[in-house]
Design a binder for this molecule. Structure first.
Ligand SMILES: Cc1cc2nc3c(=O)[nH]c(=O)nc-3n(C[C@H](O)[C@H](O)[C@H](O)COP(=O)(O)OP(=O)(O)OC[C@H]3O[C@@H](n4cnc5c(N)ncnc54)[C@H](O)[C@@H]3O)c2cc1C
Length: 432
C-alpha cells in the first residue's frame, strides 16, 4: 500500500480523491470505523461556505492582511471547487449557490455585522458582502425581530450525505479502496508508517493520513489535539407552498443568527427547514457517545427557537432530530500538516465549518504528500499545529463555563435583558 487513510469523512475522502487524480497508479485505502459519512460529513447543516472558523478580523490580527486575504480567497475557491467536482463526477449533492444571510435580531448585534462588513473591506474582498436594512432582509426572508442583515455571496448549500457518498464513489471509480467497519486502533510513524486494526496492520510506503476530526480525541496519542463539541439539528416536515410564500427565502440562502451559541439554518432542496444550534454540554474527558446526538432538552430548545423565528410554524411537525461532534482546536485554527520524517499527515480542527474547508485541506495534504508545492503550501493553515487542550479537570471546568456563559448572554439578548456581569470575560475568551 502507498497511502492508508484513517476516516471516511470529507477530509479523508478529499485527500484520497486529489491524490488519485494526480497519480491514478497510487495504491490507496481509506479505513472507516463505521460507514462512509458516519461522522459530521454525513450529518452536517449543509453550508458549503467561504466562511472560515476564524473570523476575517482575527485572521488579519494574527497573520496580517495579505495572508488573511489569501486564505479567504482559497476558501472561496474551495466552494467553487466542490461545485465543479459535483458536476464532473455527477454527484447530485443539491449544490446551490445562494449566499449566506447573517441576521441581527437585537440592537447590539448590528455593530457586530458592521464590524464584519468592515473586516471584509480591509481584506479587499468587500464585494462579497452587503449590509441589508430590516426591509431588505425581509424581502429575502421573514423572520421575527430582524433589525438588519449581512449578505455574503460566496456560499453554497449542499446535501451532506449525498456529497460524502458521491466523493466516496468517485474514489472507488479511480481505483481507491474503502474498508468500512474497520477501526484504526493505533498508528506509528517512521520510514514505513503503519496503522493497526483488529484484523491486522497496514504498512504504507508513502504516508498515513489521520482524518478523524473530533474522533481523533478518542485515540490516546491525540487525545488533546481537538475537543469534541456537539452541534444539534432539528428538521421540519416539508412546508406547504403557502407557508413558503409567507416565509420567502427563495434563493435558499444559508441563514445564521449573530448568537454565540450559533444558530444555522438551511432551506433544504425538498422544502424543509433545518435548524441547527448549540449542542449537548461538553462531557468530562472529551467523551463522545451517541446519546449526546439526541439530547432531548437541546432539541426541545431548538424547536422552540424555530417557532420563535417563524411563528407560522406553530403546528408544523419536526420529523428528524440528530447531531454530532465537531472538532475544536485550542486556537480555533484548522491544521493541514505532513511530517515528512514520520510520514504522518493530518488535517483537522474545523469547529463546525468543515464542508468547504476540508476540500481545501484535502488538496493541501495531497500536495504536501506528493511533494508538490503551490501557493496553497503558503497558507497560514499549512504545516502548523495548534496547542494542545488543557488536562482535565481544567478542560471540563473551562469549557462548561464558556458554554454556560454563551447561553446566558444569548438568553439575555433574546429576552431584552442586560448582559450578565461576566459577559466581558466570556466574550474575550471566545474571540476567534
Ligand atoms: C451537526 C453538525 C452540523 C454541521 N454543520 C456544518 C455546516 O453546515 N457547514 C460546515 O462547513 N460544517 C458543518 N459541520 C462540520 C463539518 O461537517 C465537519 O467539519 C466536517 O464534516 C469534518 O469532516 P472530517 O472528514 O474531517 O470528519 P468526520 O466527517 O467526522 O469524519 C471522520 C470519520 O472518521 C471515522 N473514524 C473516527 N475514528 C476512527 C478510527 N479510529 N478508525 C477509523 N475511522 C475512524 C469516523 O467514523 C468518521 O466517519 C457540522 C458538523 C456537525 C456535527
Amino acid at each position: 500500500m502507498d497511502i492508508a487513510i484513517l476516516g471516511g469523512g470529507y477530509t479523508g475522502l478529499w485527500t484520497a480523491y486529489y491524490l488519485l487524480r494526480a497519480n491514478p497508479r497510487l495504491k490507496l485505502c481509506v479505513l472507516e470505523k463505521q460507514i462512509v459519512g458516519y461522522g459530521a460529513s454525513g450529518r452536517n447543516g449543509g453550508w458549503c461556505s467561504s466562511k472560515f472558523p476564524v473570523t476575517p478580523a482575527m485572521l488579519e490580527r494574527r497573520y496580517g492582511i495579505e495572508a488573511a486575504r489569501s486564505l479567504m480567497l482559497a476558501m472561496k475557491d474551495a466552494v467553487e471547487e466542490v461545485g465543479c467536482v459535483c458536476e464532473e463526477e455527477k454527484i447530485d449533492a443539491h449544490f446551490h449557490k445562494g449566499g449566506v444571510l447573517t441576521l441581527a435580531r437585537t440592537a447590539p448585534q448590528l455593530p457586530m455585522l458592521r464590524s464584519t462588513f468592515a473586516a471584509y473591506g480591509r481584506l479587499g474582498i468587500g464585494s462579497w458582502v452587503r449590509l441589508l436594512s430590516t426591509e431588505e432582509a425581509a424581502e429575502r426572508i421573514r423572520v421575527t425581530l430582524v433589525r438588519g442583515a449581512l449578505l455574503q455571496s460566496e456560499n453554497a448549500s449542499i446535501h451532506p450525505a449525498r456529497l460524502v457518498r458521491g466523493v466516496a464513489r468517485a474514489i472507488e471509480k479511480r481505483g481507491g479502496t474503502i474498508y468500512e467497519q474497520t477501526e484504526v486502533l493505533d498508528y506509528e510513524g517512521g520510514p514505513t508508517p503503519r496503522v493497526v486494526t483488529r484484523a491486522g496492520e497496514i504498512r504504507a510506503k508513502t504516508a498515513i493520513v489521520l482524518a478523524g476530526e473530533s474522533y481523533l480525541s478518542q485515540l490516546p496519542k491525540l487525545h488533546r489535539v481537538v475537543l469534541p463539541i456537539y452541534s444539534l439539528i432539528s428538521l421540519t416536515e416539508p412546508l406547504s407552498s403557502e407557508q413558503w410564500t409567507q416565509i420567502g427565502w427563495h434563493d435558499r440562502e444559508s441563514v445564521a443568527s449573530c448568537n454565540y451559541t450559533v444558530d444555522y439554518l438551511t432551506r433544504t432542496a425538498d422544502g424543509r427547514i433545518l435548524f441547527g444550534s448549540r449542542g449537548a454540554p461538553y462531557r468530562f474527558g472529551s467523551k463522545i457517545s451517541d446519546d449526546q446526538d439526541r439530547h432531548a432538552q437541546t432539541h426541545a430548545h431548538i424547536q422552540t427557537l424555530t417557532r420563535e423565528w417563524f411563528p407560522i410554524l406553530q403546528q408544523t411537525k419536526f420529523t428528524h432530530a440528530w447531531g454530532g461532534p465537531v472538532g475544536m482546536p485550542r486556537d480555533w485554527m484548522p491544521t493541514a500538516h505532513f511530517d515528512r520524517d514520520l510520514k504522518i499527515a493530518s488535517a483537522r480542527g474545523y469547529t463546525g465549518q468543515g464542508v468547504s474547508t476540508t476540500n481545501l485541506t484535502g488538496r493541501i495534504l495531497a500536495e504536501l504528500i506528493s511533494g508538490q508545492g503551490t501557493e496553497l503550501s503558503q497558507l497560514p493553515i499549512t504545516q502548523r499545529q495548534s496547542p494542545q487542550w488543557e488536562l482535565e479537570p481544567f478542560r471540563w471546568i473551562a469549557v462548561r463555563y464558556m458554554q454556560n456563559a454563551f447561553q446566558r448572554i444569548d438568553d439575555a439578548g433574546r429576552q431584552g435583558r442586560t448582559k450578565p456581569v461576566d459577559s466581558f470575560a466570556a466574550e474575550f475568551l471566545g474571540r476567534h
